[in-house]
Design a protein around this ligand. Sequence first.
Ligand code: S5P
Length: 479
Amino acid sequence: MASQDNRLDNFIVKLFEIEAIKFGTFKLKSGIESPVYFDLRVIVSFPDVMNQVSALMWETIEKTGCKFKSICGVPYTALPIATCICVQNNFPMLIRRKEAKDYGTRRMIEGRYEDGDVCLIVEDVVTSGSSVRETAESLQNEKIKVTDAIVLLDREQGGKVALERKGIKLYSVITLSQVLSTLERLNRLDSDTVNRTNRFIQDNRFDGPVDASKAGNGSTVPKVMSHKERGVKCSHPLVRSLYSIMAQKETNLCVSVDCSSSQELLQMADKVGPHVCLVKTHIDMLEDFTTDITDQLQRLADKHNFLIFEDRKFGDIGKTVCTQYQGGMYKISSWAHITNAHPVPGPGIVSALAEVGKPLGRGCLMVAEMSSAGNLATGEYTKAAVKMAEGNKDFVIGYISQSRLSTDPDFVHMTPGVKIQMGGDSLGQRYVSPQTAVTERGADVIIVGRGITGASDPLGAAKEYKQAGYSAYLNTLNH
Ligand code: S5P
């Protein structure tokens, strides 16, 4: 026992020495500032550490007695770890693709498997459990069962409980508190850092859904506001209307009705109308547009109580977008409650659209992140989009995004690229499930197109997406 403890002590110190574990102030992907950071990617440069990781994980797995036919590492850091475990123990492995290939088999899981096979998931660090869950969903889509997962380091922020709720038991080799106590005992860390980190873990538990509005550094964690509350408290009247509709109809679903025939568009809007808070259009897809179509769409919006979002993605200089928004054939500002704009031309685009839209009570979303593979709306570009929104709160009501970009409840986050059958299409679209969009990506509204419009029973599909999206939202409230 003592020698096992020594082994783990030495292993933890080694991780600290190679800076796979760091203490300081680190901004996480979610925007939270963390006093501790794990960068287990570095271990690939230390074959002795790779060997130790693999041996420790295998021993932990063996002790659990769980049974499985293959092992799959969560891409990317856990891929080499899974490879080591499988090679050293002569065990079959599966690889999960993060993006579907747009040629060939388009499989999301590579390797040999049969329906009903059980696969063990391997991960380096678990925080909320979201990455393990995404990999599990990909495997389950291929009819592979997932009952257990092994992680090198559990940050103890609720991932274990969240995974258990999904029927996945999580085993860990070490935990963050173990790391802290070991490093303190061996005089590698002072008690201030240990206390600060412990406080951070306690204040930033996820227990399933990620609430990116949580503040870091041990400060008070703001409560997630319900749709009902946001329907009263948000500053923009249009946002209040949207949330009131969402609360009343119990839906966070926006259907993207991407049709080329106006009859199809109107029929679909009428069919899904009772189940959505928004209908999104690409009006320039219609081959038979007349102004009567948007009049009829407005009547349907009144009948079913939804808002209309024209996904125009304006992207030109101020003068041009002004005319495009209010004039031309479509006169978008006269019927669409919401439209959206790319930040690429600079803040002038927002002021110009606002000149037209604000007097009409319209709202605009900044396209801050995109769902398509290889898109350029990342990093500094996304940050600039957020700044543009924050400086124009009387007209910009939120974002088209793939993650939670703002802690301000006034901003609505709408996430496209949502489909129960995840993966992608052959033209670069990438999908996540409604649950992932809401709980992991922080979506207030899920935007679903072909998942509903391309289904054999669009009404049934709309109900299914409504249910999935709304129960994911309720989950975020409960934690
Ligand atoms: O990043 C984005 C932004 C948008 S608005 N990715 C998207 O897919 N969209 C739109 O959402 C896209 O133009 C389409 O209308 C819808 C997604 O459709 P689906 O059929 O792939 O669900």
